[in-house]
Design a protein around this ligand. Structure first.
Ligand code: C2O
Ligand code: CU
Ligand code: CU
Length: 496
């Protein structure tokens, strides 16, 4: 187990003057990274189990410096550390409580992406934490084992807060997952891996200038907070819990020699059975759990290839679709601990069936708008009656890439342009990429957690688009309940 101390030491560095000869990079062409460093493994978040049965965690958003580039000190933001955040783990059925303190110079929030929980604890733009203030959400984890994450959600500033480093993993465990012969030794053969792209200034700061129409696009890949990382693999199979934590970049993940890997989990948990793949596209906010088989002594590169799904995209080069990156070196030790064969089946999934007259809703994605509107904190876009299964139809009618994320629920992709979804979309999802000109139908169940006051969000998870207002709000209401939203003063954060 990698200790918290080891992680922090690995990332901390006193400021160093950046070596001469490095100019500001202006294109999104991949930058070369010399040598590699060991992939940092985020520490597990400490918790205490109270006599009341509540598991309590503390997180502090704070500023710091991180050696993202070797020999360079980058000002960054992190949770309880200089960058990213500790990995939170909790079990299905457990009650969890967080004491979130804001040690940043500006207001932020902490959203539990992928979590089913009451809207007032969702951590969206209605749950801002002022500098120096503390927020204490508490809920019961009611969903299957999954790789979720947490990140800031301040309206109009999410891209900046995430870009500076605020993101962490939130892993849910349960008995179904425990019983499976999957790699599950955290930091050894079960590896959290957040992939982000960054552009640095000559001084080594994160360059927040010049967003493209899909936001800030970097020329340097950072994994778990550093550029140029390797993972020493000591087992015959390694499980990578991958999060695309980038603002706007898509990755088309592959292994450099083209070998097959297995997708075992998507956003909302493990699949019914492993899916053999050679490439997997991940858009911002999506997660994938992969199992990769290795031979003793070999070096295998996890790579991102050019994006092949590009029909209808007007400027694919500007959006980084042509780029190839080495993401992570997987270095197998000379002797590998044997691993059990991959289970043939994983976790069964019951198909969601909508009521006889499903309340089907449509969402058109275009420019910075959903259904021709930008986000208004004071507008409830739709209300959902509790205890219903709905089918949402989402269409990308644009020549820009977009994806679609819904808070509160995990959904099932029913169709893609009327056809059954590809195997990579066969599991639980909370974020789905939408190809240009394509319509997706999504089934989701709103089981509980009614609230007439606090809404949940749905939005494009390309963070620049979200910040520009490509987002809407919905309330889940009990029978007879009427919306009673709170008026928000949005003058300082609304970008209209
Ligand atoms: Cu990960 Cu509303 O976002
Ligand atoms: Cu979310
Ligand atoms: Cu978008």
């Amino acid at each position: 187990m990698v200790t918290r101390r080891g992680f922090l030491t690995g990332l901390a560095l006193t400021p160093v003057v950046y070596a001469a000869g490095c100019s500001v990079r202006t294109s999104s062409a991949p930058a070369a990274v010399a040598g590699t460093r060991a992939l940092p493994i985020p520490p597990l978040a400490p918790s205490t189990l109270g006599a009341d049965g509540v598991r309590r965690f503390a997180l502090r958003a704070q500023t710091g410096n991180t050696e993202m580039l070797r020999g360079s000190s980058t000002p960054t933001w992190g949770y309880s550390g200089s960058v990213l955040g500790p990995t939170v783990r909790a079990r299905r059925g457990e009650q969890v409580e967080f004491t979130v303190t804001n040690g940043l110079p500006e207001a932020t929030s902490v959203h539990w992406h992928g979590m089913h929980l009451p809207a007032k604890f969702d951590g969206g733009p209605h749950q801002m934490i002022a500098p120096g203030a503390t927020w204490t959400p508490r809920w019961t984890v009611q969903q299957q084992a999954a790789t979720l994450w947490y990140h800031p959600h301040p309206h109009g500033a999410t891209e900046k807060h995430v870009q500076r480093g605020l993101s962490g993993f939130f892993l849910i465990d349960d008995e179904d997952a425990d019983a499976l012969a999957l790699p599950k030794d955290y930091g050894v053969d079960d590896i959290p891996l957040v992939i982000q792209d960054r552009r640095f200034t000559a001084e080594g700061s994160i360059d927040e200038s010049d967003p493209t129409d899909i936001g800030l696009l970097g020329d340097t890949i950072v994994t778990n907070g550093i550029a140029g990382a390797h993972l020493t693999v000591t087992t015959e199979r390694v499980r990578l819990r991958i999060l695309n934590g980038s603002s706007g970049r898509l990755y088309n993940l592959a292994l450099a020699d083209g070998r097959t890997f297995h997708l075992v989990g998507t956003d909302g948990g493990l699949l019914p059975k492993p899916v053999a793949l050679e490439q997997l596209q991940l858009s911002p906010g999506e997660r994938a759990e992969l199992v990769v088989a290795m031979s003793p002594g070999e070096l295998l590169k996890l790579r991102s290839l050019p994006i092949t799904d590009r029909d209808g995209i007007d400027r694919p080069t500007e959006f980084g679709f042509d780029d190839t990156f080495d993401i992570l070196d997987l270095r197998a030790a000379d002797t590998l601990r044997p691993a059990a064969a991959l289970p043939a089946t994983l976790v069964p999934m019951t198909a969601l069936t909508a009521a006889s007259t499903p309340a089907t809703r449509s969402f058109d994605l275009q420019w910075f708008m959903i259904n021709n509107q930008r986000m208004d904190m004071n507008r409830i876009d739709l209300t959902v009656p509790v205890d219903t299964t709905e089918v949402w139809s989402v269409r990308n009618k644009d020549n820009w890439p977009h994806n679609f994320h819904v808070h509160d629920v995990q959904f099932q992709v029913l169709t893609v342009d009327g056809k059954p979804p590809p195997p990579a979309l066969s599991g639980w999802k909370d974020t789905v990429y939408t190809s240009s000109g394509t319509t997706y139908t999504l089934a989701m169940r709103f089981a509980d957690h009614t609230d007439p006051t606090y809404p949940y969000m749905y939005h494009c998870h390309l963070l620049h688009h979200e910040d520009q207002g490509m987002m809407g709000q919905f309330l889940v209401l009990a029978p007879g309940q009427r919306p009673a939203p709170m008026a928000m003063d949005t003058g300082s954060t609304h970008h209209g």
